[in-house]
Design a protein around this ligand. Structure first.
Ligand code: MIG
Length: 804
């Protein structure tokens, strides 16, 4: 990677003959002062604040001249409030703040800060005292933190970075950027997630550098013994998040920044998008195409051409003369309509949104009070200041017409923010920043997140508490509380398929589980094979949408003819069959902070080679996927973590902890199911809710050790789950040589409308002669040639035993 020296020396006005400003380092900590869960240390001039957030999370802040900035964060709306017991100890060498899990050491000799676990194993240690450099042009400081980097240390996270999954040896930057047709190793891209996970000696910890300014991370790139992060302004403020497992780190990162709210069930279906489907008749033809081809689809998208001259919140009278009727007809055919919205508002006094925004002074201004103007799709535009709560509320209310017209979801584009020519806003643009004020230097990385927040909150209000669906391109840590994301303008190439697979896993461990790529690649032309392989990967992306640029050929799942159409159908159907499984994984994400996609290193961080695996991942915790990422690939290597796995296609069992070679004909993708799993399945429908569910299929995979599985059920479209109106089911499966037992327990206040389960037993090592369910013998057991067995029983069963 290219290292730009200019980027980190920050010599201010060397031409003016002013002496270059030098970095200042913390001196010697003289004493400690405690106030509640905060402990302050000072070297006489600078101050350091250590906050005990939880037993696992400690926050560090630095104030170069003892004055801390006011506490405010878009990422962490509120710190966890539970009181935590901790101790502060002083000895000759150090001050030590200890919770039950973590020690934070402040070394007396040089103010080095380090962290260790309860076994006194040092997990993170300063390699230099925290330091800063005065910024004479803008005020404030460039702030720096440098830690040691261990020889075997690996790094993960940071959101959508387009590089190898393990970030060891990389230097990366956070500055939201519209990166059309980005390439491998291009940086930065659309989102800024200043959170990384380190794994060293099988112990994981996370660092969340909650700083919205342009920020930089170096994972042993410049000096292989050092890890550093720094920013062009703001405060040196970071959270140390203890593991010891990667999963613990991610869960605790979610505790700080929140999780995705439950999506409407339809949002987990297949979505079809293109720049653009218009006029109205084209949209209808596409929708009908899905139904004629019997390919399931729930969402259809309208890109910018639905608007009148690209004016947000308007409809083109020419192309969409009666949107309400069109949307109603689409809805009757099972389609939800999602429309795009951009932040640029056309400067046009005959356009009500512009007029109102201007009158109310809602648009961003430059430092000298000129309006921030720039060209985007509508021509000359001004831009709402989404960091102003009043503007967000206004923006949210602007959706009332669209909601009234029947729009079900909103796609937030161009919100890095993107401006033609210049790229983005100049640094001197001012922002209200929720009353805490800032220039664009500070607000840039949160602008998109605040836009989609305004959209989400507005929709939630307008939709009277039905779950809104939103998708955004830009974001900052915490954006997951408001939106799903897609990875932006990718390319129809095998390299991008590979990259997308990495990006989605990375987003998932960086707090953004509800993510997807443009299936097929946005720009360029995929052939049938690439498109089908992408559909196969997309089947296992939490968000599944095909999208393409306007200058490409038609790109629907049937566009490539046979055998592609049938294979695409088979996989989209599989997507729908697994919706209850995905929905349950989503609940585990929402409620407990588990990511939906889990890279292999997250399952087995103790296996060193897993730190460099980036193809395999699990979808939820039970299904392992390994996308096919090369053209013409007849077979590929797949690593299976320890334990017993079933090949999804032929039910063969395989012992994991090793690599195997799997055939990869075009109509198959390597899919493996963990032994002991209960995988819930819905019947194939053309869209979610097409038919009443009459029974849920439970696919049970025999194992001789105990395994738990979960199923989450609720109405799928309201916020009733916030009032505990849902059902959380737990299945425990355990087998031995001549018996298999399945137990079910339930919690929650929801009652699904279907009556029974259709149970399918896979991999039984014996032929069942008798099945006893809650004390009653099951009269009919169907056996299949592949030695699977099927029977039906009540959804309320407590225990089923299958005997040899
Ligand atoms: O300048 O709305 O990433 O998905 O189709 C291009 C048109 C603007 C960029 C988005 C893409 C979308 C396109 N948009």
């Amino acid at each position: 990677m290219i290292v730009d020296e200019e980027e980190f020396h920050h010599l201010n006005n060397p031409a003016d003959g002013i002496k270059p400003i030098v970095k200042k380092y913390l001196g010697i900590p003289t004493h400690a002062e405690q106030a509640g869960n905060k402990i302050f240390f000072t070297d006489g001039d600078a101050k350091v604040e250590v906050t005990v957030v939880t037993n696992e999370i400690i926050r560090i802040r630095l104030a170069p001249h003892s004055v801390f900035l006011e506490e405010f964060s878009y990422a962490v709306p509120k710190l966890p409030q539970k009181a935590v017991k901790f101790t502060l100890v002083e000895n000759e060498q150090e001050f030590r703040v200890s919770t039950s899990e973590v020690n934070c050491h402040i070394r007396k000799q040089d103010f080095f800060i380090s962290f260790s676990d309860k076994n006194d194993h040092v997990t993170s240690a300063d390699a230099a005292p925290m330091h800063w450099e005065e910024n004479t042009q803008f005020g404030g400081y460039y702030v720096f933190c440098t830690k040691t980097c261990e020889p075997q240390e690996s790094f993960f996270g940071l959101g959508d970075k387009a590089t190898e999954f393990n970030l060891r040896g990389k230097r990366l930057k956070n500055w939201n950027t519209d990166a059309y047709s980005f390439g491998f190793n291009q940086d930065p891209l659309y989102r800024s997630i200043p959170f990384y996970i380190s794994v060293s000696d099988n112990i994981a910890h996370g660092i969340f550098f909650d700083n919205t300014f342009k920020a930089h991370f170096d994972f042993g790139a410049e000096d292989s013994t050092k890890t550093s992060f720094w920013a062009d302004g703001g405060e040196l403020q970071y959270y140390y998040i203890h593991g010891p497992h990667m999963m613990d780190v991610v869960k605790n990162y979610h505790l700080l920044t929140g999780t995705h709210p439950m999506p409407p069930l339809w949002a987990l279906g297949y979505h079809q998008c293109r720049w653009s489907y218009y006029p109205e008749n084209k949209v209808r033809v596409i929708a009908n195409g899905f139904r004629q081809n019997r390919i399931p689809c729930d969402g259809i998208y309208l890109d910018i051409d639905y608007m009148d001259g690209y004016r947000c919140f308007t409809w083109s009278p020419k192309y969409f003369p009666n949107p309400k009727k069109m949307i109603a007809d689409l809805a009757a055919n099972g389609f939800k309509t999602v429309v795009i919205i951009d932040p640029g508002i056309r400067v046009d006094d005959n356009y009500s949104v512009f007029k109102e925004g201007k009158e109310k002074k809602y648009f961003c201004r430059r430092c000298d009070d000129y309006f921030m103007e720039g060209h985007v799709w509508p021509g000359r535009c001004q831009f709402p200041d989404f960091t102003n709560p009043e503007v967000r509320e206004w923006w949210g209310d602007l959706f009332d017409d669209l909601v009234e017209t029947g729009v079900a979801g909103v796609w937030n584009d161009m919100n890095e923010p993107a401006v033609f020519g210049s790229g983005t806003f100049p640094d001197d643009v001012r922002h209200q920043y929720d009353g805490y004020r800032g220039s664009h230097r500070k607000a840039h990385n949160v602008y998109g997140m605040q836009m989609v927040r305004a959209t989400y909150e507005g929709l939630r209000k307008q939709m009277k508490n039905k779950r809104p669906f939103t998708i955004t391109r830009a974001g900052y840590s915490g954006v997951q509380r408001y939106s799903s994301v897609w990875t932006g303008d990718n390319v129809a190439s095998w390299e991008h398929l590979k990259l997308g697979n990495i990006q989605l896993q990375r987003l998932s461990v960086s707090g953004i589980s509800f993510c997807g790529t443009d299936i097929g690649g946005f720009s360029g032309e995929p052939d049938g094979e690439l498109f089908t392989r992408w559909i196969q990967m997309g089947t296992f992306s939490p968000f599944m949408r095909a999208h393409s640029a306007g200058d490409t050929k038609e790109r629907e799942p049937w566009s490539f003819g046979e055998p592609f159409t049938s294979i695409n159908r088979k996989f989209i159907e599989l997507r729908y069959r697994l919706i209850p499984y995905l929905y349950s994984a989503f609940w585990e994400h929402h409620r407990y902070g588990f990511p939906i996609l889990r890279p292999v290193v997250m399952q087995e961080q103790e296996v060193a080679s897993n730190h460099f695996r980036q193809d395999e991942f699990t979808y939820g915790d039970k299904i392992l996927i390994c996308p096919v990422l090369e053209p013409g690939q007849k077979s590929r290597k797949v690593y299976l973590p320890k334990g017993t796995w079933y090949d999804f296609w032929n039910l063969e069992t395989i012992e994991g902890g090793r690599e195997i070679t799997v055939p990869t004909p075009l109509d198959q993708l390597p899919i493996f199911v963990k032994a002991g799993s209960v995988i819930p399945e819905y019947p194939v429908m053309q869209y979610t809710g097409e038919k009443e569910i009459e029974e849920v299929k439970l696919n049970i995979y025999y194992s001789d050790y105990e395994v738990n599985s979960f199923l989450f059920e609720d109405y799928g479209e309201t916020f009733a789950y916030e009032q505990d109106i849902y059902l959380e089911k737990k299945f425990v499966v355990k087998g031995d040589a001549d018996k298999l037992a399945i137990k079910q327990t339930m919690e929650g206040l929801y009652t699904p409308r279907y009556e029974g389960y259709h149970i399918k037993l896979n991999g039984l090592p014996f032929k069942p002669t008798k099945i006893i369910a809650d004390g009653k013998e099951i009269p009919t057991i169907n056996s299949n040639p592949d030695k699977t067995y099927e029977f039906k029983f009540s959804k309320n069963f407590k225990q089923i035993e299958i005997f040899k």
